[in-house]
Design a protein around this ligand. Structure first.
Ligand code: NAD
Length: 499
């Protein structure tokens, strides 16, 4: 037993400790100090949450679209009004700066606003007189209980990619947030409750792989949305499919930013620094490789270096901090080790962030911006998803070579091209094997009306998240064929034709 506060589950519309005695200590990344303990659900705890969600679905799936819309609007207002307290929770447990945390909330809010238009999103089709006296209409029906399993790096935005649409579509949703920063999920649950969502329609199950596997194999969970690293995404995809579930599993990334010689190099350097070091590089849409084309390498590296050295590393709550700590000490050390391997592989470490010291916070998981030049495919720093503030620069001779390099990689999440030439941008956008492409935009996360998703090892499944893909994922089609007022025809055992 400890005196640390307990972060619970949220089941049946209220906090719930569960029956499992397994706990994990939450360490604040900027101070290294224990903050709380989180419950880790057992199979039985997950079964209780699913039973509650199943009961809730029985009525929520039949609630009118007008009443659902009213709850969504109320949730949207509460979320917007609680921007600051929610950002503070994210910063405390994740470490990112407060402005960055508010930014993730704003992007999640967009999806709630999309879901507020559920009357439009769920419209079916109607055809009168498809045959004599026969009409046909189609509807999108909810699935039942659906689950979302989310990563540590966006504890608010990624859950918001999923559950507002799932709930708007009439499902009951169970969120299994990352065990590394679990508190934001409970804050969201409380907001839903205050918005008038019936108990059990939104639940939170805290936990690790035990909780995940219990959700993936539970017969009453109809669909699973996952966002996290590629090995776990593959496991979630295969296990869910084997258990007859619909699944979308978004994985890791290695995003390249291609800079052509005609680009505005100051704009490109600013974009590389923002996208490479924002959130200490712990974003699935972070730029981790800059591809310098046709001789811009020396100039571009110097422009990036001179900007990166001026970044301030410090607690996310301190005004003026540009970059917070990494999520755990273990992850910080793993990321830092790529500098040793890069040097051993013959790359040139232009900026080494390992020496950074933050006054007053000696135990934080600090790593300053790192810039590695002369990187090549085959080096660990290039091949692996580093997921930290390590920006690699690869030099190539032409756009052809850049395309070949990017398309040879296993991931296909995001990419960007910086150029002043429309034809080059158009060609890159058309030929690159990546799901989200930015033209002079380094973090091309689509707005909520367009789906988010990568290709290749960055996404397993058929649909991307949010946008119209989200509505399709959380509903199934039904087509109704009706006869009213047509003359009786008597028995006819032949297959019904149309006339
Ligand atoms: P992670 O894969 O370690 O964890 C994600 C979720 O899976 C967590 O809820 C965790 O509890 C669970 N999990 C972890 N190990 C498991 C196991 N063995 N069995 C079952 N479940 C398990 O990812 P993370 O470290 O939290 O997040 C960072 C990763 O997420 C990076 O790879 C990043 O690229 C990726 N990510 C991808 C996107 C995207 O949109 N493609 C978005 C955000 C993050």
């Amino acid at each position: 037993m400890t005196d640390l506060p307990l972060i619970t589950h949220w089941v049946d519309g209220a906090p719930w400790e569960g029956t499992s005695q397994r706990r994990l200590t939450i360490i604040e990344p900027s101070s290294g100090a224990p903050q709380a303990e989180v419950s880790l659900a057992s199979d039985d705890d997950v079964a209780s949450a699913v039973a509650s969600a199943s009961r809730a679905f029985a009525s929520w799936g039949k609630v009118s679209l007008a009443k659902r819309t009213a709850v969504l609007f109320a949730f949207r207002e509460l979320l917007a009004a609680n921007r600051d307290p929610l950002a503070a929770i994210v910063t405390r447990e994740h470490g990112k700066t407060l402005d960055d945390a508010r930014g993730e909330l704003d992007r999640g809010l967009e999806v709630v606003e999309l879901a507020c238009g559920l009357g439009q999103l769920l419209k079916g089709d109607y055809s009168e007189g498809v045959s004599t006296g026969i009409d046909t209409h189609s509807v999108r029906a909810p699935l039942g209980v659906v689950a979302g399993i989310t990563p540590f790096n966006f504890p608010v935005m990624v859950p918001l990619w999923m559950h507002p649409l799932a709930i708007a579509c009439g499902n009951a949703f169970i969120l299994k947030p990352s065990e590394k920063d679990p508190s934001a999920a409970l804050f969201l649950a409380d907001l839903w409750s205050r918005a008038g969502l019936p108990a059990g329609v939104f639940s939170v199950v805290q936990g690790d792989r035990v909780a995940v596997d219990a959700l993936l194999t539970h017969p009453d969970v109809r669909a699973v949305s996952f966002v996290g690293s590629t090995p776990i995404a593959r496991h979630v995809y295969e296990t869910s499919a084997r258990h007859g579930k619909r699944v979308q599993a978004l994985g890791g990334a290695k995003n390249h930013m291609v800079v052509l010689p005609d680009a505005d190099l100051d704009a490109a350097a600013d974009a590389a620094v923002s996208a490479g070091f924002g959130s200490a590089g712990q974003r699935c849409m972070a730029v981790s490789v800059v591809v310098a084309v046709g001789g811009v390498g020396d100039d571009l590296v110097e422009r990036i270096r001179s900007r990166a050295v001026s970044l301030t590393v410090g607690p996310g709550t301190t005004a003026g901090s540009d970059m917070g700590p990494l999520i755990t000490r273990e992850h910080r050390d793993r990321v830092a080790s790529y500098l040793d391997s890069a040097m051993a592989d013959g790359a040139d470490v232009v900026l080494d962030g390992r020496g950074v010291a933050v006054e007053g916070s000696p135990e934080g998981n600090w790593l300053g911006p790192c810039l590695v030049d002369q990187v090549k495919a085959g080096m660990a720093v290039y091949d692996d998803e580093v997921f930290g503030p390590v920006l690699s620069v690869v030099r190539v001779g032409s756009l052809d070579e850049a395309l070949e390099l990017v398309n040879a990689g296993p991931y296909g999440n995001g990419t960007a091209i910086f150029t002043a030439d429309g034809a080059s941008a158009r060609r890159y956008s058309a030929e690159v094997e990546v799901g989200m492409v930015g033209v002079n935009v380094s973090i091309p996360v689509p707005v909520a009306a367009y789906p988010f998703g990568g290709w290749k090892d960055s996404l397993f499944g058929d649909t991307h998240v949010y946008g119209t893909d989200g509505v399709r994922f959380y509903t199934r089609g039904r087509v109704v064929t009706s006869r009213w007022g047509a003359p009786k025809v008597g028995h006819d055992l032949t297959f019904p034709g149309n006339a």
